[in-house]
Design a protein around this ligand. Structure first.
Ligand code: NDP
Length: 286
């Protein structure tokens, strides 16, 4: 039987509907959740991601603004801007769109954002809290993946989860969140020998590679849940994931499409984190 398609777009819309109500209640208490996004340079993909975030905040009633800085911006200028926002009471969430130009150190930037406004969940303090299993800002893509698994009733506890990819923003944290939920987790990456040996034993397979068709039917276990994080632009301009959807869907029990899978959930969890920040619910208070 073909897999159930996990509709991230629909789930995201449902969650955003609840968030819209929550935002209007906060507004009645005089709190308007406010996200500020900083974009440095004019990378078209980054601009498109930032536009998507702006649209989503408007839809839920969250205030947002975008600060555009030229690619010639120095690291010191960017850090100064972040510091100003750290002290700006009306701003609850700060997001610096990555990647940054080569002359700016991304890690320094991430560490300059106040941990209690770090709605991307990339600050080492928030990462540490996530590892410790504390309530904190979770990185949006892994958080969205866990939400999808919960919403579709996919059991995590006791299952073998295989994560392909070990980036700081997707692979490592999603593995950690699955471990926190009592999965047995295996990480694979570009140096992994015999990848198929691992993927074919995965009850939950997360592909976060950035290469089309890395995962096909022969790589997966019958009945597995497949989460495709990859976003790959094809020659005709369309998007595809890391998984060969057609063949994998014949063998899996659940599968996410690309687009309309993980992507919309990432933005949804950014909104959730911004609301959390506005409520002063970061581990540090406000
Ligand atoms: P990175 O490039 O940082 O990481 C890719 C990972 O894949 C690395 O750990 C790399 O291994 C591993 N890898 C590369 N080739 C292979 C291979 N042949 N076999 C096994 N592992 C391999 O990417 P990101 O984690 O940032 O993103 C991954 C994908 O997810 C991209 O397509 C990105 O666009 C997409 N993405 C989607 C989001 C969404 O909201 N849907 C959000 C963020 C990212 P090694 O570490 O050894 O180099």
């Amino acid at each position: 039987m073909p897999a159930t398609v996990i509709d991230g777009k629909e789930l995201g819309q449902t969650l955003r509907g609840d968030m819209t109500k929550e935002v209007s209640q906060l507004k009645e208490q005089g709190i308007t959740p406010h996200l500020t996004v900083i974009i440095v340079g004019d990378d078209p993909a980054s601009k498109s991601y930032v536009n998507g975030k702006k649209k989503a905040t408007a839809q839920t009633g969250i205030a947002s603004d975008v600060i555009e800085m030229p690619s010639s911006t120095s690291e010191a200028e960017l850090l100064e801007k972040i510091n100003d926002l750290n002290h700006e009471e009306s701003v609850h969430g700060i997001l610096v769109q990555l990647p940054l130009p080569d002359h700016i150190n991304e890690q320094t930037v991430i560490e300059t954002i106040s941990p209690h406004k770090d709605v991307d969940g990339f600050h080492p303090i928030n990462i540490g809290n996530m590892m410790a299993g504390n309530d904190t800002f979770l990185p949006c893509t892994p958080y969205g993946i866990i939400k999808m698994l919960h919403s579709y009733g996919i059991q995590i506890k006791g299952k073998h989860a295989v994560v392909i990819g070990r980036s700081n923003i997707v692979g490592k944290p999603v593995g950690q969140l699955l471990l926190n939920e009592h999965a047995t987790v295996t990480y694979c990456h570009s140096r992994t020998h015999n990848l198929t040996d691992f993927t074919t034993s995965a009850d939950i397979l997360i592909a976060a590679v950035g290469k089309p068709n890395v995962i096909r039917a022969e790589h997966i276990k019958q009945g597995a849940a497949i989460i495709d994080v990859g976003i790959n632009r094809q020659d005709d301009g369309s998007l595809t994931g890391d998984v060969d959807f057609a063949s994998a869907a014949e063998k899996a029990s659940y599968i996410t499409p690309v687009p309309k899978g993980v992507g919309p959930m990432t933005i949804t969890m950014l909104l959730q984190n911004t609301i959390k920040a506005a409520k002063g619910l970061s581990r540090f208070g406000r």
